[in-house]
Every structure is written in structure tokens, then in C-alpha cells.
Design a protein. Structure first.
Length: 52
């Protein structure tokens, strides 16, 4: 009886933990997508574009 209850609670917690992991992954993806490029890389592009 106790083992059955533990397994049931464990399954419910697995679903909640999986949902939280999905939300965290989505947040991380959005955070990485909104990052700006490094200034050094942008400066290198500009200096290469200005060469004759």
C-alpha cells in the first residue's frame, strides 16, 4: 500500500518536474534568441566592409 502510494506520487511529481523543465528550456531558448551579437564581431564586419 505504501509502495503504491509512493509510486503514484512519484509519477505525479515526474509530470510536474517535466513541465518545469520544459518551461525552463523555453525561457533559456528565448533568452538566447534575444542576445545581441558581440561588439567585437560587429566591429570586424564593419572594418572588413570598409576596405577598398
Amino acid at each position: 500500500m505504501i509502495a503504491d502510494t509512493a509510486i503514484y506520487v512519484s509519477k505525479r511529481l515526474q509530470r510536474a518536474a517535466f513541465a518545469l523543465l520544459c518551461l525552463m528550456a523555453a525561457q533559456l531558448t528565448l533568452a538566447l534568441a534575444s542576445c545581441e551579437a558581440e561588439p567585437a564581431a560587429m566591429a570586424a564586419r564593419v572594418s572588413l566592409a570598409e576596405l577598398p
